[in-house]
Design a protein around this ligand. Structure first.
Ligand code: MUC
Ligand code: MG
Length: 369
C-alpha cells in the first residue's frame, strides 16, 4: 500500500548556458517524486521542464504543487501493485498535467519492478538492447565554441551525433552556423538541427532546402506545434527527415500525425507523452506507420534519463538514436554511482527497478528551500 508521496525541487547548475530558441537554461530544476510503500519499498520518478514555462504549460513549481495538493492524496492508501488502476484514476479525475503524471507513473513502476526484482524495462515489454547511442546538443550559440565542444566529445568517445539548436537568428545565419559545423566535423558524424518551432513555413522551406543540400540528417520541429499542416507539407516536400517534437503530446497526437503522414520521425519523450506507458504507445503507433523513432529528452537528470533509457531499450526500431545526455549537462549528480556513458552509448542500467541508487546527501545539497 502507498504510504507517502513526496516531491522535491532540486536546482542544478548547467555546465554552460544551454541556448534554445525559446529559453536559455543556466540552471535545471528537477522535480523528484518519491513514493514510499508499507513494505518499505520506495520508487522514484522525475519531471523536468525547459526554461520554466517557456517550453510547455507545466512548470517545476506547478508540478510540485499539483502533485502535493491533488494527486498525492488520491494515491495514498492505494495498492502500488495496481499501477494501471492508479494511472486510470489519475487520468480520469485530473486533466492534463502530463509531466506530473509521468513522474508519478515512473515512481510507481520503479517501486513495482523493485518488488518483483526485475529491471523496469522488463515491465515495459522487455529490453532488446543493452546500450543506446546518445546525441549531444550543441547550444552554446557560438560556432567555434560548438566545434571545439563537438571535437572534445568525439575525443572522449562520448558522442558522434550532434543536434544543433537554431531558430534565434536569421535563417541564413543559422544555416551558415550549421553548415560550418558540419564541414568542420566531417562526414563520419551525424549533424541534425532542432528549430524548436521558431520558423514560419516560408522560412522553413528556405532553411530546410539549404540544410538538406548540406547533408543535415534531420530537422526537428521547424514550425509551430499548432501548425500541423505546415509540418506535413514540409515532410512531403523534403527528403531530409522532418521530426515531430513539440506537436507530439501523447498517443492521440501520434495517431493523428501518423494517419496524416504528418512527420517522418517522432521524438518520443516520457514527460511529453504523459508517462512511460503512453510514450510506449506513441512508439508503437510510429512503428506501425513506418515512422522513425528518436529517444528524446526534456533535459531530465539521472532519474528521468534512466526511466527513458529503460523504455527506449524496448523499442524494436531506434533508427534515429537517442539524446539521453541530460545528466551530462548538469554540474552535479544525485546518484551514488553515475549512469555509464561509454563508446558513444548510454548503458541501460541492469539492476531492479530503475537500476540506480539515489544518494540522499547529494539530493539534500541541491534541495530548494
Ligand atoms: C528539445 O526540444 O528537443 C532536448 C535536447 C535539448 O537540448 O533540448 C531538448 C528539448
Ligand atoms: Mg526538440
Amino acid at each position: 500500500m502507498i504510504e507517502k508521496v513526496e516531491t522535491l525541487l532540486l536546482d542544478v547548475p548547467a555546465i554552460r548556458p544551454h541556448k534554445l530558441s525559446v529559453a536559455t537554461v543556466n540552471v535545471q530544476t528537477l522535480v523528484l517524486v518519491r513514493i514510499l510503500c508499507d513494505d518499505g519499498t520506495e520508487g522514484w520518478g522525475e519531471a523536468t521542464t525547459i526554461g520554466g514555462l517557456s517550453y510547455g504549460e507545466e512548470s517545476p513549481e506547478s508540478i510540485k504543487i499539483n502533485i502535493d495538493t491533488y494527486m498525492a492524496p488520491l494515491l495514498v492508501g492505494m495498492e502500488e501493485s495496481r499501477t494501471a488502476v492508479i494511472m486510470a484514476r489519475l487520468n480520469k479525475v485530473i486533466q492534463g498535467n502530463r509531466f506530473a503524471k509521468c513522474a508519478l507513473e515512473t515512481a510507481l513502476l520503479d517501486a513495482r519492478a523493485r518488488q518483483l526484482n526485475i529491471p523496469l524495462s522488463e515491465l515495459l515489454g522487455g529490453r532488446v538492447r543493452e546500450a543506446l547511442p546518445v546525441a549531444w546538443t550543441l547550444a552554446s550559440g557560438d560556432t567555434q565554441k560548438d566545434i571545439a565542444e563537438a571535437n572534445r566529445m568525439l575525443d572522449l568517445g562520448r558522442h558522434r551525433i550532434f543536434k544543433l539548436k537554431i531558430g534565434l537568428r536569421d535563417v541564413a545565419d543559422d544555416v551558415a552556423h550549421v553548415l560550418a559545423i558540419k564541414k568542420a566535423l566531417g562526414d563520419s558524424v551525424s549533424v541534425r538541427v532542432d528549430v524548436n518551432q521558431a520558423w514560419s513555413e516560408l522560412q522553413a522551406e528556405r532553411g530546410i532546402a539549404m540544410l538538406e543540400a548540406g547533408g543535415i540528417d534531420a530537422i526537428e520541429q521547424p514550425v509551430a506545434a499548432a501548425n500541423r499542416g505546415a509540418l506535413q507539407r514540409l515532410a512531403r516536400r523534403f527528403q531530409a527527415p522532418i521530426m515531430a517534437d513539440e506537436v507530439l503530446k501523447g498517443p492521440q497526437d501520434a495517431f493523428e500525425l501518423a494517419a496524416s503522414s504528418g512527420a517522418d520521425v517522432f521524438s518520443v519523450k516520457i514527460n511529453q507523452a504523459g508517462g512511460l506507458i503512453k510514450a510506449r504507445q506513441v512508439a508503437d503507433i510510429a512503428v506501425q506507420a513506418g515512422i522513425g523513432l528518436y529517444g528524446g529528452t526534456m533535459l531530465e537528470g539521472a532519474v528521468g534519463t534512466a526511466a527513458s533509457a529503460h523504455l527506449f531499450s524496448t523499442f524494436s526500431d531506434l533508427s534515429f538514436d537517442t539524446e539521453l545526455f541530460g545528466p551530462l549537462l548538469l554540474t552535479q549528480d544525485i546518484l551514488r554511482e553515475p549512469l555509464v556513458y561509454r563508446d558513444f552509448m548510454l548503458q541501460v542500467p541492469q539492476g531492479p527497478g530503475l537500476g540506480i541508487a539515489i544518494d540522499p546527501d547529494r539530493v539534500a545539497a541541491l534541495l530548494r528551500h
